[in-house]
Design a protein around this ligand. Structure first.
Ligand SMILES: Nc1ncnc2c1ncn2[C@@H]1O[C@H](COP(=O)(O)OS(=O)(=O)O)[C@@H](OP(=O)(O)O)[C@H]1O
Length: 561
């Protein structure tokens, strides 16, 4: 384009300066130089544009298209994501289009389902106390406290691997900087796994962020989850596609993890962490809580489910992931594998390597307080930042322990989860040794417990959790689901306004707190959502009534035949 036609340059009357330019331009060697320079300049421009786009993704956040993802959805699941089509058009198809759990979670004032004890166990003798066994078993996989190998890690915390044939994941390090000099971290991703005490951690993160005006990567259209069980995609986050949020600080709602996609939403220096629970206790909790899913619905007991999984479990049924290696599933992996499968070692190693690569810290539910101390150090937070009350816990009536025999069956059925748990239970204690040491850990845990006891004394009316039917303030009632009875709290009545707000936040259940933050962060959208919900209420009520009538009629006609 810059080359002048030879004929044109030859015919023009030129001064000596322009004539030498002409000669230079028409020389073949110089033409090649010009070409080369042009090439270099265009490559530089392209690199600049690509970088700029990437920066935009992390901060300014460009628009993503929905249509690509829609094709991947299963027919039964498609409707759940219809609402995603337009973020700002507010296609509020409340309740009826959600996945089972999400739908349930939007019916706050549901009747509590009272479980029949037999339906839970297939024999009450099977159960005794859970937490103790699982803590003891967890202890069995601790490193020898005399083991000085971890001393070599002083100064930096390296997540060590006990996997076969793989080197330790050294790419993820936590620097052991004294609390006095370190900078508190506020770019955080918490992968909220299921039935692992994750709601208690979510509450900690919500309080930390709210009190510092941080921005949360909340689910689009006021949903309570980041469209779990679909693999995470950036457009699941409110404010991402519309670019209405410049920077997200914290992402912590349930999602199926996908690092590459999460990284598009969160800043580069984000701290990633998650929590695991002993798969035996976890499955016992899940079996009760998700009793209504297809896999568990017909099973008279967990033991019976495990003995006849081929009868009850269909991997393609909706919500079946809750019934099989759900930890692995939440981390984004394929979950359908059992012990003895030829691929198990490969799959275990792959999963552990990926978690080590993508997460800075993995906590253990059985050691919740120790986990909070570790987290506090890793994030450079203070002790009061990690104070919490136990949330989302079942009443004793629906809490059970399984026999050793059933426990072994769970470990085989959830072999992938079991191996992941064993690995990270080990690295957890290596991290404790490396970052703070066992002695300091004991001291700090005891300080944390004292602080928690003081807070409970200040805030709680009944000293602890109560049956949901006894929760006085209905706005603070925890969501009830399946065959579980989830406990709540009552506050003391004579609290001054500031203390009251602080105490209230400590006991606010996940759904209500998510709503509250959404309304703070997106007041206009929240107002439109509640208007749309009000409008849809009578129609929903009609649908519910006719569904109930139809169910009753069917039951009657079935009993006649
Ligand atoms: N602080 C602390 N320490 C130990 N365990 C705790 C803690 N907080 C909550 N829990 C227990 O975690 C279970 C609820 O987990 P989640 O909140 O992750 O459940 S959910 O997936 O969000 O529904 C639930 O377990 P189960 O009671 O066995 O169901 C809670 O009792």
């Amino acid at each position: 384009m810059l080359f002048l036609p030879r004929r044109w340059t030859r015919d023009q009357p030129l001064s000596s300066a322009t004539s030498s330019v002409r000669k230079w331009l028409t020389s073949r060697r110089h033409s090649l130089w010009i070409l080369l320079i042009l090439l270099v300049v265009s490559v530089a421009i392209q690199t600049f544009v690509v970088r700029q786009t990437r920066n935009d993704r992390l901060t300014g956040l460009p628009r993503l298209r929905f249509s690509v993802f829609k094709q991947k959805l299963l027919p039964t699941q498609q409707s759940a994501l219809v609402v995603l089509k337009s973020e700002s058009s507010l296609a509020v198809q409340q309740d009826t289009t959600y996945t089972e759990r999400t739908a349930g979670r939007n019916h706050q004032n549901e009747e509590y389902e009272k479980p029949s004890d037999d339906s839970l166990s297939g024999g009450r003798n099977e159960f005794n106390h859970g937490d103790t066994r699982s803590r003891e078993e967890a202890r069995k996989v601790l490193p020898n406290p005399e083991n000085k190998a971890s001393a070599a890690l002083q100064g930096s915390l390296v997540l060590r691997s006990t996997r076969t044939g793989l080197s330790p994941g050294t790419d993820r390090k936590l620097v052991n900087i004294p609390l006095a000099t370190c900078q508190p971290k506020s770019h955080i991703v918490f992968l909220k796994t299921h039935k692992t005490a994750s709601s208690t951690i979510l509450n900690i993160l919500y309080r930390y962020g709210e009190s510092r005006n941080l921005t949360f990567a909340l689910p689009l259209n006021k949903h309570s989850q980041l469209f779990y069980p679909y693999h995470f995609a950036p457009y699941f986050v409110e404010g991402y596609s519309s670019r209405s949020v410049r920077e997200f600080h914290i992402m912590c709602n349930h999602m199926r993890f996908n690092k590459a996609e999460v990284a598009k939403v969160m800043p580069e220096d984000t701290f990633y962490f998650s929590i695991l629970r002993h798969p035996v206790d976890m499955m016992e909790s899940i079996f009760i809580y998700f009793k209504s899913i297809a896999a568990f619905h017909q099973a008279p007991s967990l033991n019976e489910f495990l003995d006849n999984s081929e009868k009850y479990y269909n991997s393609s049924a909706v919500n079946s992931h809750y019934a099989h290696n759900v930890l692995a599933f939440d981390f984004g992996f394929e979950n359908n594998i059992v012990a003895g499968n030829a691929d198990i070692e490969k799959r275990v190693n792959k999963a552990i390597a990926a978690i080590e690569k993508n997460f800075h810290l993995i906590l253990i539910s059985e050691y919740f307080d120790e986990s909070m101390i570790l987290l506090k150090h890793a994030l450079c937070w203070s002790l009061s930042d990690v104070v919490s009350f136990r949330l989302n816990s079942r009443s004793e009536r629906t809490r059970h322990t399984l026999s050793a025999n059933t426990a072994e069956k769970i470990k085989r059925w959830n072999a992938l989860d079991w191996r992941i748990y064993l690995h990270f239970n080990t690295t957890f204690w290596q991290n404790v040794d490396a970052l703070i040491g066992q002695e300091k850990m004991k001291t700090e845990v005891s300080e944390l417990r004292k602080l928690q006891a003081r807070m409970a004394n200040t805030c709680l009316k009944d000293g602890g959790a109560v049956h949901p039917s006894q929760v006085k303030d209905t706005r603070l009632k925890p969501f009830q689901y399946g065959a579980a009875v989830i406990q709540g709290y009552n506050l003391k009545t004579d609290l001054d306004p500031q203390t009251k707000t602080k105490c209230q936040r400590l006991i606010t259940p996940e759904l209500q707190y998510t709503d509250l933050l959404y309304t703070k962060q997106f007041p206009l959208l929240a107002a439109k959502h509640s208007q749309a919900k009000k409008k849809a209420a009578p129609q929903r009520q009609r649908l519910e009534t006719s569904a109930k009538t139809e169910k009753r009629t069917n039951r009657l006609s079935n009993s006649k035949h």
